[in-house]
Design a protein around this ligand. Structure first.
Ligand code: T4K
Length: 378
């Protein structure tokens, strides 16, 4: 029988998956023997090949984190002017545009998927628009078909922030094959990680050459530097951890599938809660996050009330993504950031709560978290 005592230790929104120390030690010995720590070493080369297969993409370039990867993606496509994006994302997404001297233009989101509303993109296009930067938020795919249609009609580039979408597929096709470029984050808090790290994926050999130059200072060889690049390189220790983690990712995904099912079972009948959208039949999800939305009028308690009360039980859920990026001091003066332009995002931002989700949780832990949550209902 579930008791409503606080958990003895903090339950965070997530915990990184740790490989065994023995596996890491073994790989470290290889690195020490090779006397090669970074700059395109053997672990890096092998991981690039392994991830190209795992993500079912034609080309992949590793990076030291997802944010630098996305900055380089914009550089590689020579984007400028304005780029249409979503306000419902992590800060990195619009910041990457700012770091490229590009104005983020916020487009409202779809109420069901919480992704950019593909039907509203067209109305945001101006003569300055060069691209669409969409996010597969919480790993739910964007409407890739409609987004590409709009982009093709106006000659725009499409970049996907696939930070949350490791291993997601549509009709057996890797999510990283849609648009011009996709970015994956391999941060420690992600389903798959290299401690810190990331990648760009795309379908163009010449683009790979350009991206690989851009992530290494533009150095072509010892005598030629051909463009103003940056340091986006992934080191050998991270690459080695990434190679080990490829052996863990499906097991972790399976554990999360079971925990998702428990959350769904426990919360489905609770009035005032909206659960994650169901998986479309041709989509393979990664189940990285479990996100609910709390309608205060029906549930009787606000998201912020629930967030605060859960902490008293040692449950540290997170308000991903609140505040909206359009509410940041650096963006809120933009016309597109006005709440009148973003009615759905502003409601979702007030309601959303990311619940604890990682393989180290037991089904009983999740049932207890749900019981605590349900006990707050007003
Ligand atoms: N685009 C999108 C849509 C993204 O979500 C992100 C990153 C990016 C771009 C940028 O990719 P990267 O440049 O990061 O590769 C976390 C992650 O740091 C961040 O990578 C992620 N999105 C974001 C959604 O979540 P915070 O500020 O919430 O992290 P933090 O430190 O509060 O960690 C969350 C919880 O995880 C903690 O409460 C406890 C647990 N934790 C965390 C770490 C780092 C651990 O148990 N152990 C750990 O080592 O951003």
């Amino acid at each position: 029988m579930t008791t409503l005592e606080p958990f003895p230790e903090r339950i965070y929104v997530t915990r990184p998956v740790f490989p065994t120390i023995e596996e890491v030690t073994e790989k470290l010995r290889d690195i020490w023997a090779a006397k090669w720590l970074t700059n395109n070493g053997p672990q890096h080369t092998m991981l690039e090949h392994e991830l190209t297969d795992a993500l079912k993409v034609p080309y992949l370039s590793l990076f030291n984190n997802g944010t630098i990867a996305l900055i380089v993606a914009c550089q590689s496509l020579r984007l400028s002017g304005e780029v249409i994006t979503t306000p419902f994302t992590f800060a990195a997404t619009p910041h990457v545009l700012s770091w490229n001297n590009i104005a983020p233009i916020f487009c409202d989101i779809d109420a069901a998927t919480m992704n950019i509303d593909a039907d509203k993109i067209e109305s945001m296009i101006t003569p300055h628009t060069t691209a669409i930067l969409a996010v597969h938020v919480f790993g739910t795919p964007c409407d890739v078909v409609k987004i590409q249609e709009v982009a093709d009609r106006y000659g725009l580039r499409v970049i996907y922030d696939a930070a949350h979408a490791f291993g997601v597929e549509i009709g057996g096709r890797g999510i990283g094959t849609f648009g011009d470029i996709s970015m994956f984050s391999f941060h420690a808090t992600k389903l798959y990680h290299t401690v810190e790290g990331g990648a760009l994926t795309h379908g163009d050999e010449h683009l790979k050459q350009r991206i690989d130059l851009l992530k290494n200072f533009g150095i072509k060889n010892e005598d030629e530097v051909v463009m103003p690049g940056i340091n986006g390189k992934l080191n050998e220790i991270s690459a080695a951890v990434g190679r080990i983690m490829l052996g863990y990712v499906e097991d972790e995904r399976q554990k999360r599938i079971r925990l998702h099912a428990v959350y769904n079972e426990e919360l489905a009948e609770v009035d005032g809660l909206t659960l994650m959208p169901p998986c479309a039949p041709d989509v393979k999800l990664n189940y990285q996050y479990y996100v609910i939305r709390i309608d205060e009028k029906i549930f009787g308690r606000s998201r912020d009330f629930v967030y605060d009360e859960l902490r008293k039980y040692n449950v540290f859920a997170r308000k991903y993504f609140h505040p909206l990026c359009s509410e940041f001091t650096c963006y809120r003066q933009l016309n597109s950031a006005s709440p009148a332009n973003l009615p759905v995002a502003n409601v979702v931002g007030q309601q959303v709560l990311s619940m604890p989700m990682y393989g180290g949780l037991s089904e009983d832990d999740v049932r207890k978290i749900c019981a605590i949550l349900k006990s707050f209902k007003g």
